[in-house]
Design a protein around this ligand. Structure first.
Ligand code: SAM
Length: 275
């Protein structure tokens, strides 16, 4: 439709051998890429931040879906391929060369935007926790659609009383809705990574009143830092936490992974400074 050459040809022509150091595993299957671009809902006329476009497979799918895309890529070798995509979708793609960990996306957009990314595991997790950790809520982003190792995706959407439940689940779910949107087989990538992947979709929800993000972090860090211990032990170092458990009727003999997200929120509220 766009008249762009197949991605494999683009990779060969620009010599884009996948760099291990940059965590590069490319997706070439256009149908799969279109299904990924459909996860946030209709993108017609919407702003999208894509992190790590690489040779531009997902970028093309987002543009086909009608989005205005701003893409941050730190591998200079990919820029000529991305310039071709820019030329095929005039005025619809802005490419920024740089490290996404050092760029505040709020400086790139005036209104709401969706974030879509297929990133290396460590970068993806660092960005994800950063995007979810602002005190101000709702955030400027309207949704996150992110590829993770399947094991990490399962930790993000985990329910209480499961081994995958921990800090990441509480962070992702206490004021957002997080769901596992799609599993992606390792063979879909070039080169294939060692493990399976999955895409998580997150939308901001209402923030519970009177809860400081920092206090909630402190409580979950202490509780899950010693997840096999009873709360009585693991929360000892958090001032006021044991008294809060008693006031809230939460048995201090329980362990962190048995507490619902609402219970973590209640503990954090009891410890949050009142305005
Ligand atoms: N989106 C493409 C796809 O799906 O085929 C490429 C995915 S590849 C897993 C990850 C991309 O993120 C690579 O192009 C890599 O250069 C880029 N990248 C890695 N770390 C980055 C960072 N800190 N900031 C921006 N881009 C980064």
């Amino acid at each position: 439709m766009s008249g762009l050459p197949p991605l494999r040809e683009v990779i060969a022509r620009h010599g884009l051998s996948a760099s291990k150091a940059l965590g590069q595993n490319f997706l070439f299957d256009e149908q799969l890429l279109d299904r990924i671009a459909a996860i946030p809902g209709s993108l017609e006329g919407q702003n999208v931040l894509e992190v790590g476009p690489g040779p531009g497979g997902l970028t093309r799918a987002l543009l086909r879906a009608g989005a205005h895309v701003t893409a941050i890529e730190m591998d200079r070798r990919c820029l000529p391929a991305l310039a071709e995509v820019e030329a095929a979708f005039p005025g619809k793609l802005r490419v920024i060369e740089g490290d996404a960990l050092k760029i505040d996306p709020a400086t790139l957009f005036e209104g709401p935007y969706h974030i879509v990314a297929n990133l290396p595991y460590n970068v993806g997790t660092a960005l994800f926790t950063g995007w979810l950790s602002g005190e101000a809520w709702p955030p400027q982003w309207a949704s996150l659609t992110l590829m993770f190792q399947e094991e990490v995706a399962r930790r993000i959407v985990a329910a209480p009383d499961t081994s995958a439940y921990g800090r990441l689940a509480v962070l992702a779910q206490w004021r957002s809705r997080a769901r596992l949107a799609m599993k992606v087989h390792r063979s879909a990538f070039t080169p294939p990574p060692k493990v399976m992947s999955a895409i998580v979709h997150v939308e901001p929800g209402a923030a519970p009143a009177g809860v400081s993000m920092r206090v909630l972090e402190r409580v979950t860090e202490a509780a899950f830092g010693q997840r096999r211990k009873m709360l009585r032990q693991s929360l000892k170092g958090v001032p006021g936490a044991l008294e809060a458990l008693e006031r809230l009727g939460i048995d201090p003999q329980r362990r962190a992974e048995t507490l619902s997200i609402d219970e973590f929120v209640s503990v954090a509220r009891a410890l949050s400074p009142t305005a």
